[in-house]
Design a protein around this ligand. Structure first.
Ligand SMILES: C[S@@+](CC[C@H](N)C(=O)[O-])C[C@H]1O[C@@H](n2cnc3c(N)ncnc32)[C@H](O)[C@@H]1O
Length: 312
């Protein structure tokens, strides 16, 4: 896989794990702590306890959030929107996985699983195997933190510690994956960090490993207009200074805004899948979680699609 962001871009110096994974977990922890949460991830807070998450800390600390709201209501609205986005996305993909196992799929692969705790928190039918693919330091970190608190997987969990730029299908096979069985794949929170050719390659590799009847769920790559990206970077910088937080990295700097990127549903529909998309902005509205997104309100491409597909 070509041209992924460099490791140095993505890792938190202290723990060695991926910053983007910590930010997603911070939003899940924050939602879990809300009075009427859409999702409950009891492990997310534990998993980020040690992470330097910069301005995202405001999502976990009411007094910081109040300060942020009075200093910059637009950025507060944006963070609030990201928390809701994460909640809606987690719920959507939880339902996708639950539906797949209800349909007797017993092999699940979570690509770039990061600090996803589904293997620990969902109800899994007996005989299900979950494969988590991510970099060794991310999976080791997650396993170590949860094990130290006596938290064990609720399913036969196989960690596939491999960089997606390397021969990950071979590593998956080596962990016991059977390509002759239908599989439920999940690619959440990854495509936006890949350039267009790497996206195509990943989807192609998944297709090659998918028996008829397999399922695939993908969060497409959101893209911010150039002006919004610069504005958000500046706002984050200002707010981090105002709240005395160290902003380790700017998410906007890690994203690929690749104009040549394939539309995932179109790509899948011409490569052996039957795919449909639901827009996350619509999903936020349906679940009464739409607050407009503050500064990205007009940026319709900033709201990714949730794509689900079945292998024909
Ligand atoms: C935004 S996080 C999403 C994690 C998880 N899917 C979630 O939604 O919480 C992106 C994940 O992609 C992983 N990732 C990025 N590039 C990778 C690569 N080249 N090989 C393996 N994993 C990679 C990171 O380690 C990180 O855990």
């Amino acid at each position: 896989m070509s041209r992924l962001r460099t490791d140095a871009d993505l890792r938190d110096g202290k723990t060695g794990f991926d910053m983007t994974a910590a930010m997603a977990a911070a939003a899940r922890a924050s939602e879990t702590g809300q009075p009427d949460p859409l999702i409950r991830d009891p492990y997310a807070r534990l998993l980020i306890a040690d992470a330097g998450i910069g301005i995202w800390k405001a999502l976990l600390d009411d007094s910081l959030f109040a300060k942020l709201k009075s200093a910059d209501p637009g950025t507060a609205a944006y963070l609030d929107c990201l928390r809701s986005y994460q909640a809606v996305r987690t719920q959507f993909f939880d339902e996708y996985i639950t539906d797949a196992v209800t349909r007797n799929i017993r092999q699940v692969v979570i690509v770039a699983s990061g600090l996803d705790s589904r293997a620990y928190r969902l109800d899994w039918p007996a005989g299900t195997t979950v494969y988590e693919i991510d970099r060794p330091e991310v999976l080791d970190y997650k396993f170590k933190i949860l094990a130290s608190q006596g938290v064990a997987p609720a399913v036969d969990l196989r960690e596939v510690s491999v960089d997606l730029r390397h021969d990950w299908p071979a590593a998956l096979w080596g962990a016991g994956f059977n390509p002759l069985l239908p599989t439920a794949w999940l690619v959440e929170g990854l495509l936006v960090f890949l350039p267009a050719d790497a996206q195509d390659r990943l989807l192609g590799q998944i297709g090659e490993l998918s028996a008829v009847g397999s399922r695939l769920a993908v969060e497409t790559a959101a893209s911010y207009a150039k002006g919004s990206r610069e504005e958000m970077r500046q706002r984050f910088r200002d707010i981090a200074a105002e709240l005395g937080l160290v902003q380790p990295t700017h998410l906007q700097d890690l994203m690929y805004n690749d104009p040549d990127r394939a539309v995932v549903t179109d790509w899948l529909n011409t490569h052996g899948w039957h795919a449909t998309a639901r827009n996350s902005g619509d999903e936020l509205r349906r679940l009464h979680r739409w607050n407009g997104g503050g500064p990205i309100a007009e940026d319709k491409d900033a709201f990714a699609d949730f794509v689900t597909a079945e292998r024909r």
